[in-house]
Design a protein around this ligand. Structure first.
Ligand SMILES: NC(=O)c1ccc[n+]([C@@H]2O[C@H](COP(=O)([O-])OP(=O)(O)OC[C@H]3O[C@@H](n4cnc5c(N)ncnc54)[C@H](O)[C@@H]3O)[C@@H](O)[C@H]2O)c1
Length: 279
């Protein structure tokens, strides 16, 4: 398709070529080398082809984020492609379609692998954003369990008490995995700062993507749609609104923001905390 001749380019990595990942790629990718990663060859090829047709210098790297070696290969490939400016981790699964084990492997361990693999190749100015979830703000776990989730080596995470207590409750697994994303990001900030790099998370509420559609069509769909109305938002968020938040967190106006989470949920978590339970 188009020729991209400048080989001293800034590199943007996006894991997950789904609804959010594609919007983020479009928002951040102009004039940069875009490295997209997804476990689905079909999805990856479709999105990379569409982006290339729109003039983006996009390339796909088939990656299973639940496989540490696969994530490390992605990090090396991206670092070799130029100056790593932004890494946006959107690959994930939800309780509507995935088992407890898959949620733990992809959403919990996958995020740990991304934080650790990209820390090794981060340079001054690299900014990582992990997409967690508003669900992570709903977890009620002890300070000790949370601290263990934040700092335990990846190989020990699945043996922690709050994880073994999940049984076959996929919703609880999703909530716990997303809580773990938030505290892993917090815990990682120091190492990233020492490299002159930043790491943050974004917690979306219901965002209109294939994942949210599967939720809406599933068992908890009615509850989810009622919540969108009750919390005052009146609509799901758009992938573009997540891309805007990512652009802010990876951009020059967020240089002093690291180790924290940005809720982009139309007020859903605020409503759940302050109105649904106490109102
Ligand atoms: N859509 C929502 O309402 C919503 C709300 C809160 C949080 N989130 C989170 O946002 C992130 C992005 O979700 P989305 O809405 O774009 O979903 P999506 O289903 O549109 O995209 C997810 C992508 O991740 C890929 N993927 C799944 N497992 C993978 C693996 N092991 N390795 C690599 N890629 C894998 C899928 O192939 C898919 O392309 C997820 O982490 C999700 O949990 C979504």
């Amino acid at each position: 398709m188009w020729n991209h001749t400048d080989d001293a380019r800034d590199v943007v990595v996006v894991t997950g070529a789904g609804g959010m990942g594609t919007a983020v790629a479009r928002r951040l990718g102009s004039g940069r080398t875009l490295v997209l990663a997804d476990a689905s060859r079909e999805q990856l090829d479709r999105v990379v082809d569409a982006l290339r047709a729109e003039g983006y210098d996009a390339r796909g790297v088939l990656t299973d984020v639940s496989d540490r070696a696969s994530v490390e290969k992605l990090a090396r490939t991206a670092a070799d492609a130029g100056r790593l400016t932004a890494v946006v981790h959107t690959a994930g699964v939800s309780a509507a379609t995935a088992s407890v084990r898959t949620i733990l492997d992809v959403d919990l361990l996958g995020t740990v692998y991304v934080i650790e693999a990209f820390e090794k190749v981060a340079v001054r100015g690299t900014s990582l954003v992990c997409v967690a979830s508003m669900a992570g703000h709903m977890a009620s776990i002890s300070a000790k369990d949370e601290s263990d989730l934040a700092t335990a080596p990846a190989a020990e995470l699945l043996a922690l008490d709050p994880v073994t207590a999940l049984g076959d409750d996929a919703v609880a697994a999703y909530i716990l995995a997303k809580r773990a994303n938030l505290v892993r990001v917090q815990a990682a900030a120091l190492a990233w700062s020492r490299r002159g790099a930043r790491v943050n998370s974004i917690s979306p509420g219901v965002i209109a993507t294939a994942m949210a559609k599967a939720e809406a069509d599933g068992e908890s769909g009615e509850h989810m749609l009622k919540m969108i109305d009750a919390c005052g938002a009146g609509r799901p968020g758009t992938p573009g609104e997540i891309a805007d938040a990512v652009a802010f967190l990876t951009g020059p106006q967020a240089q002093y923001i690291t180790g924290t989470d940005l809720l982009v949920d139309g007020g859903q978590a605020a409503w759940l905390h302050r109105h649904m339970r106490h109102g």
